[in-house]
Design a protein around this ligand. Structure first.
Ligand SMILES: Nc1ncnc2c1ncn2[C@@H]1O[C@H](COP(=O)(O)OS(=O)(=O)O)[C@@H](OP(=O)(O)O)[C@H]1O
Length: 602
């Protein structure tokens, strides 16, 4: 029903009440009244063409006007009734709130509208305290800004994290390829490739750090992609190492680095960078080295390990040139056990190299001068096509070549054969002179540099026992034998202490690290000036492997099988002979470091 109709019917009904007693069914009279009212209404509408605009601009004023105009109507009683009705509605709609909220009937604003109902209300909010309102608005704006900022930061973080995942995944792919290529290369050149395998004996896939590791049968050896819960947040950068594990080879350098990496303040370089001991790397400059480092936060300590640094004469000076206050970690192990471990690894590499080489020995630049012994060592005929096997063979061949200088020394060579890596390393004759003063040289004198084919070299390495290589038939110790000369720790350490103060170097007991890692790690944390965080909860003893394995948030890991190899049985007489031999050298080492490590003397 429209307002006009309502008004009409209302006035009709009031008219009826006023004329009670006249004829009730007088339709004619009623129709006339109705028509008159309609005309009045039209006239009113003509007189107020902009009523709705006024209503919008001055609702209260209009409201008053409307009722004032109504008061002029003939039926004042009806008007008062309606006014009372509206007042009641106003009272009903008014809410006493501190914010001055007022409910008004919709009809007050649209009295002539078609859908006006006295029960309709509109909400009018007035600001009675502008200062409070300004504060309220400011708080709202700040909250909005902060919300937006947090959302923005989280979006940026997600993008960067995704990029880092992608980068790590790419590295893991590269790493798996290089791991395949170098799985049996000399530890002296590669420093011993590394990966962790699952405690169950299976291998783990070294996927990016911030994704859950996906089980896989592929074993990768690039520590860069070793799983952890670390994420490269924004504001990280690659920094030159503030600490170095300088050696000693086969003393647990990899275990030490991985254990330290459990600490949130430690970042590790993925592989062995060999920056200071290889001229071809060193000449690339510090920026090249820095780029080999992992991302780290300010306050984190980046550590790199290359065990051959310890035995390379030029390294201490080069390290000092980079950072004179760098912290040095030297992990040592009982020298004879270390030598046997070294021999075990080299023999394993040689054996790996022999098998495919026996099928087809790739041409060697030095092959022409070889004695042909390589052919004799092989024996087995290959089945597949040579072309199909070439990539693997070439890789093994290259590895064998790179390890050859070292391995020739293993066979008793001195001079060129004494090089541990492609870079300059202290020669075994120098070691001997330094170690023994003027009295040495007996064994070395018997050694001559041999030029053998890789095949011959590998075959000879694999065939000779540790006893044969370490002790001459006349019973003297082969001091030029590289695994033994590296174990003469004091000779190498001497050079480092000529360059660095003693307090900048920490000697870690590798034998104790195997038995009780936490005790050694505590010492290292103190030395590095970081809080004690790595504890026994991070380790569990793996009976199958016979070593402690590491416990991460996202799973358990053991060092790969090349760490903790089964050593060959060595004649106890030879072991005893070597221990006696090393006793004097060990004493000198203890004096240098100011600590007795208690190694057996026979
Ligand atoms: N937790 C744990 N798991 C496995 N292996 C362990 C561990 N702690 C120390 N070690 C010893 O580390 C030896 C290998 O030393 P490196 O890592 O320095 O070798 S390398 O020079 O890098 O090739 C390796 O030597 P071998 O036992 O001769 O294989 C281990 O004895």
């Amino acid at each position: 029903m429209t307002a006009a109709k309502r008004r009409a019917s209302s006035s009709n009904s009031s008219g009826s009440s006023n004329t009670s007693g006249s004829s009730n069914g007088n339709e004619q009279h009623s129709q006339q009244q109705h028509l008159q009212l309609q005309q009045q209404q039209q006239q009113q509408q003509h007189a107020q063409p902009n009523e709705y605009q006024q209503l919008l601009q001055h609702p209260h004023h209009h409201y008053q006007q409307h009722y004032n105009s109504n008061s002029n109507s003939s039926n004042t009683q009806q008007y008062h009734q309606r006014q009372q009705q509206h007042q009641a509605t106003l009272r009903d709609c008014s809410v006493k709130l501190p914010l001055d909220i007022l409910w008004l009937p919709k009809s007050a604003m649209r009295p002539a509208g078609p859908d006006t109902s006295p029960t309709d209300c509109i909400l009018v909010v007035g600001v009675s305290r502008p200062k409070l309102a300004v504060v309220f608005l400011t708080v709202m704006l700040i909250s909005l800004f902060l919300t937006f900022h947090v959302l923005y930061d989280s979006a940026v973080y997600n993008i960067q994290a995704a990029q880092a995942v992608h980068e790590r995944h790419r590295l893991s792919m590269t790493a798996s390829a290089s791991a395949l290529a170098s799985s049996s290369s000399s530890s002296s050149s590669s420093g011993g490739s590394f990966s962790f395998s699952s405690s169950a004996g299976g291998a783990s896939n070294h996927l990016p750090v911030f994704v859950k590791p996906v089980p896989s049968s592929n074993q990768l050896s690039h520590p860069m992609v070793f799983p952890s819960s670390r994420v490269h947040f924004p504001k990280t950068s690659r920094r030159l190492p503030q600490a170095l594990i300088i050696g000693v080879r086969k003393c647990g350098t990899r275990a030490l680095l991985e254990m330290l990496y459990l600490h949130p303040r430690i970042q590790k370089a993925g592989g062995e960078v060999h920056f200071f001991d290889r001229d071809e790397n060193y000449l690339k400059g510090l920026e090249w080295y820095r780029k080999k480092m992992p991302h780290s936060f300010r306050g984190q300590i980046t550590i790199e390990k290359s065990p051959s640094y310890f035995v390379s004469p030029e390294v201490p000076e080069r390290v000092r040139a980079m950072n004179a206050s760098i912290k040095l970690l030297l992990i040592v192990r009982e020298p004879v056990t270390r030598a046997i471990s070294d021999y075990t690894q080299l023999r394993s590499h040689a054996a790996t190299a022999i098998l495919p080489l026996a099928e087809k020995d790739p041409p060697s630049p030095k092959e022409s001068s070889g004695s042909g012994a390589g052919g004799g060592a092989g024996g087995g005929g290959g089945s597949g096509t040579a072309a199909a096997k070439m990539p693997t063979q070439s890789l093994l061949y290259a590895k064998l070549q790179s390890a050859r200088g070292y391995d020739n020394a293993l066979l008793g060579g001195s001079g060129a054969g004494a090089k541990e890596t492609k870079g300059k390393t202290v020669s075994s004759s120098l070691v001997r002179r330094q170690a023994l003063g003027s009295g040495g040289g007996v064994a070395g004198a018997a050694m001559t540099t041999t030029t053998m084919s890789p095949m011959a070299s590998a075959a000879q390495m694999a065939a000779k026992s540790f006893e044969e290589l370490a002790i001459f038939p006349n019973g003297t110790v082969n001091e030029a034998y590289r695994p033994l000369s590296i174990s003469m720790y004091h000779v190498h350490l001497h050079r480092w202490l000529e360059v660095f103060p003693r307090e900048q170097l920490l000697v870690v007991n590798g034998d104790r690290l195997i038995e009780d890692p936490v005790s050694q790690l505590k010492r290292i944390e103190a030395f590095l000036g970081i809080e004690h965080r790595v504890n026994s909860e991070h380790f569990y003893f793996n009976e199958t492997k016979g070593f402690y394995c590491l416990r991460y948030d996202n799973g358990d890991r053991c060092l790969r099988e090349t760490k903790g190899r089964k050593h060959p049985h060595v004649d106890p007489v030879v072991v005893s002979r070597l221990r006696k031999f090393f006793a004097e050298y060990n004493q000198r080492f203890y004096e240098l470091v100011g600590e007795d490590l208690g190694w057996p003397e026979e």
